[in-house]
Design a protein around this ligand. Structure first.
Ligand code: JFZ
Length: 441
């Protein structure tokens, strides 16, 4: 291993990926659901007859919407059609194995009745906890739950983006205690959660106190051993985020893949990673008027498969409406993804980088620790023939189509290359072929 050049107290504390059971589990799940739900679902990207072109959950920062108006929305938050069992059933049918829910976004509104804030679900007409029933329903459906938590808090009087004087510093200290209290409260109330997904950590007040985020991470690990937390939480003592000043990843996985994916395995530097993706261009919370391209089932499947083929997890975002229901586009998308996953999910779960030379037809995924390699075909060649080049000292012992378990006879091209000829060149969705291999001399 290369030598670190800078001595750091609050840099990375681990070399390489975590190998414990909780992390192995997280890594095997591969497909997650993100949910952005909060007060921003009420204006839904519109105020006073005007449409906000930014992300719906950021509407409070729009000059057209007075803070005062936004900060009264909690008086209307009443998701009468909220059905956590239905939410969990939809996620399960889609094939998601974990879920990340916004406990508190930048606006500071808490979906749980936090005893450290008055700005919570308890003050709304709904009154009751939303997180507890949601976590229970998802867990019952066999889905792990992680909690999104924004450090930026537009509602808290002590939050400062930067600390400019002694009064700011004092407020900053109080704010840190508040954050610690809320996180401990979440762990205490919801002991089945598997991790935190931190956000809103880019302000100077946070970046310039690497000691605090380091201690916070260790404090949470001690309260709840095995917790999974990404690289967005911490900064080192020089203000470097995600990667410390020596270029080493902080946290359990790289959390910077936001609405973008790595292109090749070299881009992930051997680290665990997760990508989060919106359905339209850039909307996380519910926006009544989606702008720009809306991703299709096949586009999402390709992103999921590509992520897994490069050792990553893929998380698809949903933005439920204020009444607790999902827009039709999201319901249809979830159902369409689920249809494919039902047949082909085995290629995704517990999938890893295969170590095969990439071909233009799509992606290889290796079932972790085995000689089973899936080919997921997104770009069918007009010839109907798929080229496979085996790595050195690998033999092909079986080829079959996932759908219907139909055996195929590969044609040997020469050296270590084969063609797989497909009976049908027409395909409406990505098709999967399973290769069985053995290691030779
Ligand atoms: C943040 C939030 O501001 C946004 O509302 C949403 O919750 C999203 C998941 O996270 O937005 C970001 C954060 C980081 C990057 C981009 C948008 N980034 O690192 O490129």
């Amino acid at each position: 291993p290369r030598q670190d050049t800078i001595a750091l107290k609050h840099g990375a504390h681990r070399m390489g990926n975590r190998t414990d059971a909780d992390m192995v589990r997280w890594r095997s799940l591969r497909f997650g659901q993100f949910i952005h739900w909060g007060l921003y679902a009420i204006p839904a990207g519109e105020w006073n007859g005007k449409t906000y072109n930014g992300a719906a959950e950021w509407i409070r920062s729009w000059k057209e919407m007075p803070h005062k108006a936004y900060d009264q929305l909690y008086r209307q938050f009443n998701p009468v059609n909220f059905n956590p069992q239905q939410w969990a059933a939809q996620a399960k049918a889609m094939g998601a194995k974990y879920m990340i829910i916004t406990t508190k976004h930048h606006d500071g509104f808490c979906l749980w009745p936090s005893k450290y804030s008055k700005y919570t679900i308890a003050a709304s007409p709904w009154k009751k906890d939303l997180l507890g029933p949601m976590i229970d329903a998802y867990n019952k459906a066999g889905i792990d739950v992680h909690l999104y938590f924004s450090i930026i808090d537009w509602n808290h009087p002590d939050y400062r983006a930067s600390l400019k004087n002694a009064a700011d510093s004092a407020a900053g200290k109080r704010f840190q205690v508040f954050v610690k209290n809320q996180l401990a409260e979440l762990l205490q109330r919801y002991p089945t959660i598997k991790g935190f997904w931190f956000d809103g950590t880019w302000d100077d007040s946070w970046k310039n106190d690497g000691a605090f985020s380091d201690e916070l991470e260790q404090y949470l690990q001690a309260l709840h051993p095995g917790l999974v937390m990404g690289s967005r939480l911490r900064a080192d003592e020089k203000g470097a985020r995600h990667f410390d000043s020596n270029g080493r990843l902080m946290g359990d996985y790289e959390q910077g893949w936001e609405r973008k994916l790595p292109a090749t395995i070299a881009d992930v530097h051997g680290n665990d990673w997760e990508a989060v993706m919106t359905v339209p261009e850039n909307q996380w919370g519910y926006h009544a008027k989606w702008m720009g391209h809306v991703k299709t089932v096949n586009e999402i499947l390709e992103m999921l498969v590509k992520s897994v083929s490069l050792n990553g997890n893929f998380v698809l975002n949903f933005g439920p409406k204020a009444d607790g229901t999902y827009r039709a586009e999201e319901q249809q998308l979830a159902a369409g993804i689920g249809e494919w996953m039902k047949v082909n999910g085995a290629a995704v779960y517990d999938g890893t980088y295969a170590g095969f030379e990439k071909q233009d037809w799509g992606y290889y995924i290796r079932k972790s620790g085995t000689d089973s390699v899936y080919m997921v075909v997104f770009n069918m060649p007009v010839s109907g023939s798929l080229r496979v080049k085996l790595p050195a000292r690998t033999e092909l012992t079986g080829v079959s189509m996932m759908q219907g378990n139909v055996a195929l006879a590969p044609e040997w091209i020469g050296r270590n290359e084969y063609f797989i000829h497909l009976p049908n060149k027409q395909q409406e969705s990505p098709m999967v072929i399973l290769l069985k291999t053995v290691k030779g001399e």
